[in-house]
Structures are given as structure tokens and as C-alpha cells.
Ligand binder design. Structure first.
Ligand SMILES: [Zn+2]
Length: 490
């Protein structure tokens, strides 16, 4: 029997506010343990939450960017559960009246071949069930300390940090679709400037629901929730493993148990963590310490007008304005900073194709090797554009451009200054090149004789010698023309 995977994602994104969701404590990452705390986020009795306006603004923008309907009234609710890093004994979340509902996103998604290549990428629509706001829990620390075998620690700096939870419809039919959706979601958050998208530091977290059903069936199978997917690679590997595991079980006449499983990257498998909890296990009820959140329709419209250009439209504009392929456009718009860099370079150089090649090739290599982001590129976009213009004008050869580029990475200078200082201007002057050619011909009588006897391919050897003699500065085209002329006239 052939099974079809049914996948949904729940993504938690930490909002980039300076203070927490319900108190004025700093959200700074890496502060000394428990230093960013107060009675509210420590959950002390009698402390009252006050909603952070900036967090609401950011959450509304995310909901809009994901095509959600913004509910003019949403309600905070207590989600009750016990955990040592949750001193209140409940999270303040939203339940039956979330901030946003019924969204949809257009994602460029494709199929992955066995070799890992993405083919047939096209625009697909995926549904968003809901978006709600909630506060984060603290962090339990079970390892890393000398007495870790006997003790666990808790750091409540993260307690009360604002999150949005984005729940998708179960619309993904492959791990690749889930991967592409998460990529799009992260990109959207970066474009809005509301989340740093860092999965390793936990500011973007993802859980997945997976079930299988016989192909063609309308009914959903029993679903399993997978947690601990803290990178894009983990998500894809965990989904592939789980789809395979469930298919094997169902093919053998077994059944899938509804449960929560954890991804173990070192073992390359998922393993059971606990039986799946239901909403009623949390005994949700409206938060009595907070009023319903009422949004002014005029303010909502104002927020809509303030939305920046989003990833989808920017990809399409990059293709239309600069002639990029879809894959290149997706790469070059990965972050707003990269997209801005590319556009500035493309416009100032007048050669978008060459700008794209330099950025995705040589510059990407340098940034990767030095662990830098495009924001801290040693070469500003205007300088790279100047290099491209100098190359296109024939002033320098492609080979010299690479040398200039390397020096620009080192010194952050303009290309003209590097070319001047290193004496790298291309020599196109016929008189001086002619002298070099005469010298080379005189030095290589054997090859000259070969040429005369009809082995005209030997001209390549002469060009090479001239380039070597001029340390790569001779204009190869001019050298070729001069050689042709000299050799034919004998
Ligand atoms: Zn606090």
C-alpha cells in the first residue's frame, strides 16, 4: 500500500522586543542567570502582568504577513501545567480567541530527488490555522555543571519573553514542503524585523505533527508529534525517519500510537517522550489578571500600511527586474540585508548577472570562511559594483579582477586604489605589447617553426607566454590580434 504523509508545523518565534511580554525586565540573551527577573516573571503571588504594546504590534504584523484575519478582540488564557522552569504554574497564552486566524502563505516549494537536488520548484499555498501570543517559560539546566549528576539548575531570564506561536494547517505532503515552508516563515520574520530567526539559540522553535494515510484517502491517520527539531536539517531528517517508521508499522499491520516523540540527532531516530496531551489537560481558562485585547480598526490598518515588502513579492521583483532565475532569486533574497546588498550592487554596476555571480560565488565563500554576515562584508556593495564596472570596461582582465577582489577583502579599499597601488592595470597598448611578443617569438624558435609548418594551435602557447611575461596584465584579446597579424605576415 502507498501512504501519503500529512504534516503540520507548530512554530514558536521569539519577538525582538527589548522588554518581556508582561513586565519591564530585559530580554537580553546571555545575561547572568536569573538577573533579568522581577516578581511578575518569577511568578510571585500578587504580582500583576501588564501587556507589552510593542509585542502586540510585532505579533499583528506577523499575522498580517501570513495572511491571517486579525481578531479585533482576542483573549489571554491560562495554560496550566507544572514544570520547574514555570514558576507561575501556567503559561499566559491565547486559546479560543487568538490574535490571528485563517491565514495562508504562498511558498516556492519543490521535490527533492534521491541525490538531494530540488526540482520542479513552484508556488504552493499552505494554510495557517492560527497565530497567538504567549509568554515563554524559563530554562532548566541539567548538564554542564560540575555537580550536574546530582543537581539541576533553573535560569528564569527567559521566563516571560514574548513569543508568537504559528500553527499551520496539516497541508504538507513531504518533508521538503515542510522545510520550504519553515524557510519561508523564517524569511518573513526576518523581513518584518521581529525575530532574529536563530534556531540554535532557540529564538525559532519548531514542532511537527506527522501522520500517514492511504493515498487517495480523505481521513487523517493517527498523528505523532515530534519535538526537539532545532535546525532545518533536524526537521527534514526527523520527518523522513518518522514517515518511514510509520509506513513500516502500518505495512506490517501494526498501528501508530498517538504520542509525543523526541528527535535524537546522534542516533538518527525519534523515540517516545510521553503520551500526547489534549487541550483539556491544560484546563485553559481566561486570564483573570488581563483584560481582553481590543485592537482599534484604524490602528490595524495603519499597521498594514507599515508592512515592508515581503519575501514572495521581493523574489518575483528580483526575477523581473534583474533577470534572475528562481533559485538565484531565492538565494539572493534570503535576508533583507543580502537582498539590499545585491540590489545596490546590481544597480551601481549595471550588470546584475555579474553582481549575482560575484555575491553567490567569491563573496559568499569569503563570508563563510570568515564567519561573517553580509552586513559585515569587508567589501561594501558600491566597491564590488566598481570592480564589476572596471572589469566590464576591459581595464582589467578576469584574472586580475580576482586578485583585486582578494586584496579588497583584506583592506576594504576601493578597486581603483588597489589597482593603482598594485600596478594591475591591463595593458592594451599595441606598441608595448608588440615588443613583448617579438621577444617571446625570438625566444621560442621551435614553436615558431611548428606554427609555420601548419600547427596553428601553438598560438595558444604564445599567448600564454605573453601573459606570463606581463604578469597577467596584457589584454588577451589585443595579444591575440597582434600575434595573428605578426604570424600571418611572417
Ligand atoms: Zn520580570
Amino acid at each position: 500500500m502507498v501512504f501519503e504523509p500529512v504534516i503540520g508545523l507548530e512554530v514558536h518565534a521569539q519577538l525582538l522586543t527589548r522588554s518581556k511580554l508582561f513586565c519591564g525586565c530585559s530580554t537580553e540573551f546571555g545575561a547572568p542567570p536569573n538577573s533579568n527577573t522581577c516578581p511578575v516573571c518569577l511568578g510571585l503571588p500578587g504580582a500583576l502582568p501588564v501587556l507589552n504594546r510593542e509585542a502586540v504590534t510585532m505579533a499583528v504584523k506577523v499575522a498580517m504577513a501570513l495572511g491571517c484575519r486579525i481578531n479585533p478582540i482576542s483573549i489571554f488564557a491560562r495554560k496550566n501545567y507544572f514544570y520547574p522552569d514555570l514558576p507561575k504554574g501556567y503559561q499566559i497564552s491565547q486559546f479560543d480567541r487568538p490574535l490571528g486566524e485563517d491565514g495562508r502563505v504562498m511558498v516556492f516549494s519543490g521535490d527533492r530527488t534521491e541525490a538531494g537536488k530540488i526540482v520542479d520548484r513552484r508556488e504552493k499555498t499552505f494554510g495557517i490555522t492560527r497565530l497567538h501570543m504567549e509568554d515563554d517559560a524559563g530554562k532548566s539546566i541539567h548538564e554542564g555543571d560540575a555537580d550536574a549528576a546530582a543537581k539541576s539548575y533553573v535560569n528564569l531570564n527567559r521566563s516571560g519573553v514574548p513569543l508568537v506561536e504559528i500553527v499551520s494547517e496539516p497541508d504538507f505532503r513531504s518533508s521538503q514542503e515542510a522545510y520550504d515552508y519553515l524557510t519561508h516563515l523564517r524569511k518573513t520574520l526576518l523581513y518584518l524585523g521581529v525575530c532574529d530567526g536563530n534556531m540554535e539559540e532557540g529564538s525559532l522553535r519548531c514542532d511537527a505533527n506527522v501522520s500517514l494515510r492511504p493515498e487517495g484517502s480523505e481521513h487523517y491517520g493517527t498523528k505523532v508529534e515530534i519535538k526537539n527539531l532545532n535546525s532545518f536539517r533536524f526537521l527534514q531528517r526527523a520527518l523522513d525517519y518518522e514517515i518511514e517508521r510509520q509506513a513500516r508499522s502500518l505495512s506490517e499491520g501494526g498501528e501508530v500510537i498517538q504520542e509525543t516523540r523526541l528527535w535524537d540527532e546522534s542516533e538518527g531516530c525519534t523515540f517516545p517522550m510521553r503520551s500526547k496531551e489534549e487541550a483539556h489537560d491544560y484546563r485553559y481558562f481566561p486570564e483573570p489578571d488581563l483584560l481582553p485585547l481590543k485592537l482599534d480598526p484604524d490602528w490595524i490598518e495603519q499597521m498594514r500600511e507599515e508592512l515592508p515588502e515581503l519575501p514572495g513579492p521581493r523574489v518575483k521583483r528580483s526575477m523581473a527586474s534583474y533577470g534572475l532565475s528562481l533559485e538565484d532569486a531565492l538565494l539572493l533574497t534570503a535576508t533583507p540585508a543580502l537582498a539590499d546588498y545585491f540590489e545596490e550592487c546590481a544597480q551601481k554596476s549595471g550588470n546584475p548577472r555579474s553582481a549575482a555571480n560575484w555575491i553567490m560565488g567569491d563573496l559568499a565563500y569569503v563570508l563563510k570562511n570568515t564567519g561573517k554576515e553580509i552586513e559585515n562584508s569587508p567589501i561594501p556593495p558600491g566597491h564590488l559594483a566598481a570592480l564589476i564596472r572596471t572589469l566590464d570596461s576591459g581595464e582589467i582582465s578576469g584574472k586580475i579582477a580576482k586578485t583585486v577582489f582578494e586584496e579588497m577583502c583584506r583592506t576594504s579599499e576601493e578597486p581603483a586604489i588597489v589597482i593603482q597601488r598594485m600596478g594591475l592595470v591591463q595593458v592594451s597598448d599595441a606598441a608595448s605589447l608588440s615588443a613583448v611578443i617579438d621577444k617571446i617569438l625570438a625566444l621560442n624558435p621551435k614553436q615558431l617553426a611548428e606554427y609555420r609548418s601548419g600547427k596553428t594551435k601553438v598560438i595558444g602557447f604564445f599567448v600564454g607566454q605573453v601573459m606570463k611575461e606581463t604578469k597577467g596584465q596584457a589584454n588577451p584579446q589585443v595579444v591575440n590580434e597582434l600575434l595573428q597579424k605578426k604570424l600571418s605576415t611572417g
